[in-house]
Design a protein around this ligand. Structure first.
Ligand code: HAM
Length: 420
């Protein structure tokens, strides 16, 4: 029989890997709530038009990467969400949230893109994101970036990640820049890649993001956005940059940063690390003032980001996450008979108990490590006769002899003081 595997570009997540994912999402949620964001969960599939309309038909995501399907009942075209900003804006409109702007929403969950898989790039991947809807002020951009930065700091990644920021200006500036780019690249059409020749007609800004060497050779002499930014756009960007500096957030200007989705204006940013090779962007976002209108709603501004949970989890691979599991380790027959009722009693008291059905101490201790137990409770003949247990705290390796009638109290106290 051929080995059964998950679909290409997807993984089964369990054990320590899943614990790391959950840890990232829970820390991110905690930080987002301190910024007033509340959780939202939208369906993992949406009408394809939600994304076609908003992400841009020349974006890689729409042109190559969406998983679409037709339903049997209404024959409508749906797709698995490739990202969640458009879905959340759809939900914002569906649920009449215009009444209570600014709305501050956060989410985490799986997204789907048919990309070429590699380390840190999957076809089913997980994002944590925030969307601040209905705030036109550049201070909202600062808040959103600060929230992303705080999340990375809380995960212990301060110093390992750089914040890159750019402005895409307002609609008027972008149109002027677009015209300048078309004029410049049209003069070098023969040197452009096939993809970029198509972009030249549909979305010349995306040429700046090209990975093709021939295209990239044309970039140093290309017109720059700064020369086409009007006064309003310059002022907006200046306020964002000053706001970040005031909060002590280290940032770097990257005037080639255009992002891969078309709905952005003004602020665009990415948090990048050099620790993950080619897939170094762990968080990306920006302002999307025209997005809700593209979906058929009123003109309401927005700004947000999404971070790649898979990539953040890879950066935390030195952390051995502990679960709330306590491993019960009986040594010898008499202890085995004693431990099953003890396990039952501890479970009823709310502890999560793992106890193997066989194996010597070494094997059982290995298992305790594998399941991520934070403590193991070893009971052999000596302990039984003294009515005691030997409790080993797995992170520190400390051992304690605990009287049997104090076991629950001891475990609870250790758990509460965060020994776990
Ligand atoms: P994005 O840049 O397409 O933006 O994705 C955000 C993050 O998701 C990336 O920086 C990366 O960490 C992660 N990511 C993207 N694709 C993959 C993949 N195939 N495998 C693993 N991780 C991946 C958005 O999705 C926008 N919705 C962000 C946003 C929110 N803008 C405004 N609000």
């Amino acid at each position: 029989m051929t080995k059964l595997k998950p679909p290409r570009g997807t993984r089964d997540l369990f054990g320590v890997d899943l614990a790391r994912h959950r840890y990232v999402a829970s820390v991110a949620g905690e930080v987002a709530r301190t910024y007033g964001f509340a959780e939202i969960e939208t369906p993992v599939f949406e009408a394809a038009s939600v994304f076609d309309r908003s992400l841009g038909e020349t974006s890689d995501v729409v042109s190559k990467e969406m998983y679409g399907f037709k339903t049997r009942d209404d024959g409508e075209l749906y797709c698995l969400r490739p990202e969640n900003t458009a879905s959340v804006m759809r939900a914002f409109l569906s649920n009449g949230m215009q009444q209570s702007v600014p709305a501050r929403l956060y989410y985490s969950g799986p997204m789907f893109r048919h990309e070429r898989p590699q380390k840190g790039r999957y076809r089913q991947f997980y994002q944590f994101g925030v969307e601040l809807v209905g705030a036109a002020s550049p201070l909202a951009d600062v808040d959103v970036i600060a929230c992303g930065y705080d999340i990375l700091c809380r995960l212990g990644l301060e110093g390992r990640v750089m914040v890159k920021i750019n402005t895409l200006g307002d609609g008027i500036s972008r149109l002027a820049f677009r015209d300048a780019l078309v004029a410049y690249f049209s003069g070098h059409k023969d040197k452009l890649s096939e993809d970029s020749r198509a972009r030249l007609r549909k979305n010349p800004l995306r040429i700046l993001d090209s990975k093709d060497d021939g295209d990239r050779a044309l970039l140093p002499n290309a017109p720059t956005f700064d020369d086409h930014l009007n006064a309003d756009s310059q002022k907006f960007f200046k306020t964002v940059c000053e706001g970040l500096t005031r909060l002590g957030i280290p940032w770097q200007r990257d005037d080639m940063l255009v992002r891969g989705l078309d709905y952005y204006c003004h602020t665009a940013f990415e948090f990048v690390t050099t620790d993950l090779g080619a897939q170094g962007t762990v968080l990306g976002g920006g302002r999307y003032d025209g997005l809700i209108e593209l979906l058929g709603g009123p003109s309401i501004p927005g700004v947000g980001f999404a971070s790649g949970i898979d990539r953040l989890a890879l950066l935390l691979d030195h952390i051995q996450p502990r679960t709330d599991v306590v491993a019960l380790v009986p040594v010898g027959e008499a202890s085995e008979a004693f431990c099953q009722p003890l396990a039952h009693q501890l479970r009823r008291a709310g502890f999560s108990i793992d106890m193997a059905y066989d194996g010597n101490v070494g094997k059982r201790m290995k298992r305790a490590n594998r399941v991520g137990a934070w403590a193991s409770v070893v009971i052999g003949d000596d302990e039984l006769s003294a009515s005691q247990a030997t409790v080993r705290l797995m992170t520190t390796g400390d051992q304690h002899s605990v009287a049997m009638d104090q076991l629950e109290t001891f475990l609870r106290a250790s758990q509460e003081t965060g020994v776990q």
